[in-house]
Design a binder for this molecule. Structure first.
Ligand code: NAD
Length: 469
């Protein structure tokens, strides 16, 4: 029995899931209605009890075993990602490997991060006291995830939540539910009591009901700003983790390793067809090397093969839907109408939007200011590092930034002055290791993922103080 069958109330309502590439139906899942949330809460309450009762070695061994199961079926997991999210096979295989690592890190966290001694005798008058704090589960957590990394972003919520002894009501993107369901199946097969994770597939009304439920102690959300704002309006008094969008800048200094900067920026711009919250969107290049960089970047972009994600030689797959590609086409067209110049791409075949490079984009364009979440890159020249940092910091929100330079002082200066959750030196904004703290730094940023940090968000300290006097 699949987790979908187990965890989603059977009913006449099913939802079809479509291939982003050709629009064919790849499967269907039962839909949970908002009115069923009460029923899910009964189950989650039991799950929370069971999860809290699991000793840490059990939580760790379940997560380890689930990691082994995912690894042993990696090709099946990768194919599901390709089918429902449209990532290329190479990208999907990488996501599966990262998910395995996220689960392993969660297993370690379950055993490692149990609390600390509190130095009561550091305060005069408290010498006779000693004690510690433990890390206790929160209880029930609602986890809501987007379509673009349908496996590893789910693992980033489930792994730490299980390590911390919580139960989860998981609402994966209705566009890509199968990777999440497969992962929950693997966890249950690894020994997790089934009530600990409840998968509910549905749309906005379901998400809203899961967020509003008073018994839910935390909402862990990854997705877009508009949804994040809607969630914050309806959540009430709960902890919230918000992993939202970006509009990442990458700075290319004249003294950098040029070949590396080009190669890495091309990958960082078009990975997952640019549907990547830390994908490089604005590449700022020092004037001395601007023309050379532009020519090399455009040449490398033109070499990329866009199309069928199941073909081993495809570099850039489709966007999540033809509508998403149409939206991209229209945002780019507006920038062109405002004076931007297209250097390559800006062509659409159904859901495939060909990798696109622009220059001379006016700084008041939607494309410059907002997240595009598509295979579109803007190049812009600058004279000094101060100017580059000012340009990098323009948008209202940010996740990651990158800088290529061989000058240590410039690298550290940029790291200190760029407002971002992470600054990657000699990598593009796109670099991420699953154990590092990950999140935004400006509007809407709340909480951090990266296993240890999510685990800490998903647990609460409890102090024990013993007075021996
Ligand atoms: P989205 O916000 O449209 O949807 C995300 C999830 O929220 C889906 O499961 C959706 O059904 C649900 N949802 C929608 N309305 C809701 C509501 N009112 N209440 C509760 N749930 C609701 O995002 P998307 O289009 O799937 O994903 C793309 C976005 O996600 C981009 O902005 C991207 O930058 C962001 N993202 C961020 C990170 C990160 O870690 N910071 C990672 C990946 C993607």
């Amino acid at each position: 029995m699949t987790a979908a069958k187990l965890h989603v109330t059977q009913g006449p309502d099913t939802l079809s899931v479509f291939s982003p590439f050709d629009g064919s139906v790849i499967g269907s899942v039962d839909v949970t209605g908002a009115e069923e949330v009460e029923e899910l809460l009964v189950r989650a309450r039991k799950g929370a009890e069971l999860s809290k009762g699991l000793p840490r070695h059990r939580r760790a061994s379940i997560l380890e075993k689930a990691a082994q199961i995912v690894e042993s079926r990696s090709e099946r997991f990768a194919t599901a990602i390709v089918s429902e999210a449209g990532k290329t096979l190479v990208q999907a295989r990488k996501e599966v490997l990262r998910c395995v690592n996220t689960l392993k890190l969660s297993a370690e966290e379950a055993k490692r991060n149990a609390g600390e001694v509190v130095p009561f005798d550091a305060y005069a008058g408290s010498e006779s006291r000693q004690g510690w704090f433990t890390r206790e589960p929160l209880g029930i957590i609602t986890a809501i995830t987007p379509y673009n990394d349908p496996l590893n972003l789910v693992a980033h919520k489930l792994g730490p939540a299980i390590a911390g002894g919580n139960a989860v009501l998981l609402k994966p993107s209705e566009l890509t539910p199968f990777s999440a369901i497969n992962l929950v199946d693997a966890l249950v097969e690894a020994g997790l009591p089934a009530e600990v994770i409840t998968v509910a597939v549905g749309g906005v009304a379901l998400g809203k009901a899961l967020v509003e439920a008073r018994e839910v102690r935390m909402v862990s959300f990854t997705g877009g700003f508009a949804t994040g704002e809607a969630i914050s309006r309806s959540a009430g008094l709960k902890k919230m983790a918000m992993e939202l969008g970006g509009n990442a800048p990458v700075i290319v200094m004249a003294d950098c390793d040029f070949e590396k900067a080009v190669e890495s920026s091309v990958s960082g711009a078009y990975w997952a067809a640019g549907q990547n919250c830390i994908g490089a969107q604005r590449i700022l290049v020092q004037a001395e090397v601007y023309d050379k960089f532009r020519d090399a970047f455009v040449l490398a972009t033109k070499k990329l093969k866009a199309g069928d994600p199941l073909r081993e030689d495809t570099d850039v797959g489709p966007m999540i839907s033809a509508q998403a590609a149409e939206r991209t086409e229209s945002v780019v067209q507006k920038a062109l109408d405002a004076g931007a110049k297209v250097l390559c791409g800006h062509r659409r075949d159904g859901s495939v939007y060909h990798p696109t490079v622009l220059e001379d984009t006016p700084l008041n364009c939607q494309l410059w200011i907002e997240e595009v979440f598509a295979p579109v890159v803007m190049l812009a020249p600058f004279e000094t590092l101060d100017q580059a940092i000012a340009l990098a910091n323009e948008p209202e929100y940010s996740l990651h930034a990158g800088i290529f330079t061989s000058n240590l002082a410039d690298a550290l200066d940029a790291a200190a002055r760029i407002d971002a959750g992470g600054v990657m030196i000699n990598d593009t904004s796109d670099y991420r290791f699953d154990a590092m703290p990950f999140g935004g730094s400006k509007y809407g940023s709340m909480g951090r993922e990266g296993v240890r940090f999510a685990y800490e968000d998903m647990t609460q300290p409890k102090v024990v103080c013993f007075n021996r006097a």
